[in-house]
Design a protein around this ligand. Structure first.
Ligand SMILES: Nc1ncnc2c1ncn2[C@@H]1O[C@H](COP(=O)(O)OP(=O)(O)OP(=O)(O)O)[C@@H](O)[C@H]1O
Ligand SMILES: [Mg+2]
Length: 255
């Protein structure tokens, strides 16, 4: 199957809920293999944008497409991860990861091997048989990430996946996510409240304005593929943070 160069596209998308206009005039295209981060204040429509991409809701106006096909319902090649891990407490880490398979059929030996490989990829080797209650918040998010990868989706939508974690754990998971992205080649769209997380992870950062949500600015990051804790200390990183901050300052002055 030919892979289109565009994984996701919004054309003139508007989303209203009753009298609330959550999103207005959204034009956005995400390249296949790109890591796009979306940052903006609470209530500006970030989750709504991801829910549209996931086919969980249909836009009031405009068009959302994935791999050149209009999105009208959830697709198997698009995976979604929520802010909370949403693991099933009565299943072990490994069984939670296998859920995308076991919902449809009896997991095979291959599925079990794949689950173990993904648990290793997210740094959870040795915890395969532990239950969610016995895992830290960061470990639970790792299980949720492995479960997302188990779906085989090549477009991953992450809604503030590390928002509830402390800064140390979040930073560690940020670097792990960059490794996972390199290992899988997935297209990733990640929503965050944190400007530094957006710059550290993104190939491009989209800054959104407060309600009604619009795209205020797009910043190409250009920090290269390999990012480390040194990246966080670099002048280039500080410069990019300021560029994204400026987008919000301009937005506030214009409001
Ligand atoms: N199902 C819904 N029904 C009614 N209003 C909704 C619904 N979903 C979202 N909204 C409204 O749309 C706006 C955008 O919501 P959304 O959840 O997308 O914001 P957000 O940027 O993700 O915020 P946060 O950073 O707090 O998660 C808000 O005003 C919200 O109240
Ligand atoms: Mg949200």
């Amino acid at each position: 199957m030919a892979v289109s160069s565009e994984a996701l596209r919004f054309d003139g998308v508007t989303q209203s809920f009753g009298t609330t206009v959550a999103l207005e005039g959204i034009d956005l295209s995400v390249r296949t293999g790109e890591f796009l981060t979306i940052v903006g204040p609470s209530g500006c429509g970030k989750s709504t944008l991801l829910r549209l991409a996931a086919g969980l809701i249909s836009p009031t106006g405009g068009r959302v497409s994935v791999h050149d096909e209009e999105v009208s319902e959830p697709r198997r090649d698009v995976g979604f991860m929520f802010q909370k891990p949403t693991l099933l407490p009565w299943l072990s880490a490994r069984e939670n990861v296998m859920l995308p398979k076991s919902l449809h059929s009896r997991p095979t030996q291959n599925d079990r091997a794949e689950a173990d490989r993904l648990l290793e990829l997210v740094g959870l080797q040795g915890s395969e048989y532990r239950y969610p209650d016995h895992l830290s918040g960061g470990m639970q998010q790792r299980v949720a990430l492995a479960r997302l990868l188990m779906t085989g989706a090549d477009l991953l939508l992450l809604d503030e996946p590390f928002g509830a974690l402390d800064e140390f754990t979040r930073e560690k998971l940020n670097f792990e996510l960059l490794d996972i992205r390199r290992a899988t080649g997935a297209t990733i769209v990640l929503v965050t409240h944190s400007i530094s997380e957006a710059v550290l992870l993104g190939d491009r950062v989209v800054a959104m304005s407060p309600r009604p949500g619009r795209i205020a600015e797009q910043v190409e990051v250009g920090l290269g593929d390999v990012r480390t804790s040194q990246t966080l200390r670099s002048g280039d990183f500080a410069h990019l943070l300021n560029r994204v901050r400026d987008a919000f300052d301009h937005g506030r002055r214009a409001a």
